[in-house]
Design a protein around this ligand. Structure first.
Ligand SMILES: NC(=O)c1ccc[n+]([C@@H]2O[C@H](COP(=O)([O-])OP(=O)(O)OC[C@H]3O[C@@H](n4cnc5c(N)ncnc54)[C@H](O)[C@@H]3O)[C@@H](O)[C@H]2O)c1
Length: 364
């Protein structure tokens, strides 16, 4: 069995490749990735010598690249993680790249699946396509809820989902779409909340929270998501959508406090900055269909795995250093916001913020 993994050098894709190589000793994996700033072959160092693993550099939005990899490897199954994924970038001038990869890229893969006849294609998507829930809304998003995306990131992902639906309806392409809530675990690019806050707290740098910090996300350990994707590939019904959610809703401020508590750092490191545009208040998915039809359930305990995840970042500073060496400036838009905040912050808070902000953004 040959599986083509698009975007396998990123956070979830690399965890998925590790998981699949361990779970299926007879499977081989072709990792097709453009290696954007978020793609990192360090994530796969331990498997690069395996004869069951091949890396091919290419762009999912480039039909020639995609056809070449399909032609050369004739994959039985295809799964697509390739995406521009950082919401903040999508609202700070990079929306065009999101449209290309998250929308055109999906259509390009669908064409190749049609042309080369792969047995299954799983498109990995996000809870964010549904828009936002209110904090006190008692419900979770249902599979058939309307798509009401609020950022260029989620709008482009919704476009990819709709293209999958259209290819299934028009051509019977064997495609399955999955949505998942926020993942955490090793190898996540350190611009995202957990590794960003962890790396900063480890250096006693302030943790900048958007708005009042009360936005709620539902957190799932990345391997629980990967198991769901494995089941979707093997047992999912073409044309169907499955949602994955582990019922661990936490506000961003609770997550930040938890990270400080685990690392033994003071609460004074928290600081509030101007909210970002289109910042959804809450996400939550109903995963009943995945549980009943795929027999999936999340098995990892949130507190245990969060602590393990933080320990992984702590013990693998080399991994973050490798990203820094490539000249990465993480969340550079936040620097200006913290500076603005520092000018307007009320007396009392100001001295604490100043003490920590000094040099805060130079080290990561
Ligand atoms: N991280 C989460 O919490 C989460 C939650 C739900 C859904 N998702 C979805 O899961 C998928 C993977 O997310 P992630 O967090 O691992 O992302 P990531 O940013 O860590 O990795 C994305 C990968 O895609 C590659 N890539 C980007 N553009 C490409 C292109 N044009 N052609 C080929 N490769 C390209 C990058 O090089 C990188 O390796 C995304 O589609 C995302 O929407 C993520």
């Amino acid at each position: 069995m040959k599986i083509l993994v698009c975007g396998g050098a990123g956070f979830i894709g690399s965890n998925f490749i590790h998981y699949m190589l361990q779970t299926y000793p007879r499977y081989s994996i072709i990792n097709f990735d453009k290696l954007t700033y978020a793609g990192n072959l360090d994530n796969l160092k331990d498997v690069e010598g395996s004869e069951r693993y091949t890396f091919v550099q290419g762009d999912v939005a480039n039909p020639r690249d995609v056809e070449t990899v399909f032609e050369a490897h004739k994959p039985d199954m295809v799964i697509n993680f390739a995406a521009e994924t950082h919401n903040d970038r999508s609202v700070h001038g990079e929306a065009a790249a999101f449209a290309m990869t998250n929308f055109v890229g999906v259509q390009t893969i669908l064409d190749a699946v049609e042309r080369f006849g792969a047995r299954r294609f799983v498109q990995v998507s996000t809870d964010e396509v549904y828009g936002e829930l209110e904090l006190h809304d008692a419900r979770s998003f249902q599979i058939d809820d309307p798509m009401l995306p609020n950022s260029p990131y989620s709008a482009a992902k919704a476009g990819g989902d709709l293209m999958c639906r259209a290819y299934f309806r028009s051509f019977n392409t064997p495609v399955i779409v999955t949505h998942c809530t926020n993942n955490y675990g090793p190898y996540q690019y350190p611009e995202k909340l957990i590794p960003f806050f962890t790396a900063r707290a480890m250096h006693d740098e302030v943790l900048p929270l958007y708005g009042n910090g009360r936005n709620v996300r539902d957190w799932i350990y990345v391997i629980d998501h990967c198991r769901g994707l494995d089941l979707a590939l093997h047992k999912g019904t073409p044309g169907e959508t499955y949602n994955f959610d582990a019922d661990n809703e936490r506000s961003n401020i609770d997550m930040a406090n938890k990270i400080l508590e685990i690392l033994g750092k003071p609460k004074e490191l928290l600081t509030f900055i101007e909210d970002r545009p289109g910042h959804d208040m809450r996400y939550s998915l109903d995963a009943t269909k995945a549980r009943t039809e795929l027999g999936w359930e999340p098995v990892h305990n949130f507190d245990t795995m969060l602590e393990k995840t933080l320990r992984w970042y702590h013990e693998n500073q080399w991994w973050i250093d490798g990203i820094k060496k490539r000249g990465a400036e993480l969340n550079k838009h936040i620097k200006d916001k913290v500076a603005m905040q520092d000018r307007t912050v009320v007396r009392g808070q100001k001295s604490i913020a100043r003490a920590h902000i000094k040099g805060a953004f130079s080290r990561l």
